[in-house]
Write a protein that binds this ligand. Sequence first.
Ligand code: CA
Length: 228
Amino acid sequence: MPLILLAEDETAIAQSVLFALRAEGWQAEHLLLGGQVLPRLRQGGVDVLILDVGLPDISGFEVCRALRAESDVPVIFLTARDGELDRVLGLELGGDDYVAKPFSPRELVARVRARLRRSAPFRTEGWRVYGRFAIDEAGHRIRFDERLLELTRYEYGLLAALLARPGAVLSRAQLMDRVWENAPDSSDRTVDTHVKTLRAKLRDAGADFEAIKTHRGLGYALETGERG
Ligand code: CA
């Protein structure tokens, strides 16, 4: 489970960000001061750092400059100022992305997800097995019963999103967010259509049970099936 570290001194903002991160099934930790960031990073396990620029003790820019000497953790800056200068400065100091306040937690979550995806090949090399499924995230491949599924980009994304949390019910909106974030002309029906084609492909691959379960009014969940 990815761990996101948030350094933010405004508690109202921090609470809504932490809530949004945890709703994704991620772990989220919160620090109030810039001086706490490096000691925490040294303990390890942090996948993405969300760093407020306007921290009370040390600015987020200074924190980033200091941590880049020893860490390549992805850094997303939060700032109250929507200045081009800040954006450029933040990226020059080793930041990876930048979100200006006020922002929607949903937008921030999408940025975090993009960072996680970018670093995913280093963490998930090779196949991971879930019941009768196996996924190779770096290679964008999914197998069912050792059989490689021939999937379109969106079918792969949809099945990968469901496989990330087997059994968990994901709403159409959550699936849209994850899989179709850069496709503005898609609708809720898009998810249903792709579920249909995925089910057909799974049946062709020999699935003798309904792996993708419909939960009426809620969304979809994946049953991975028993091995053997
Ligand atoms: Ca602040």
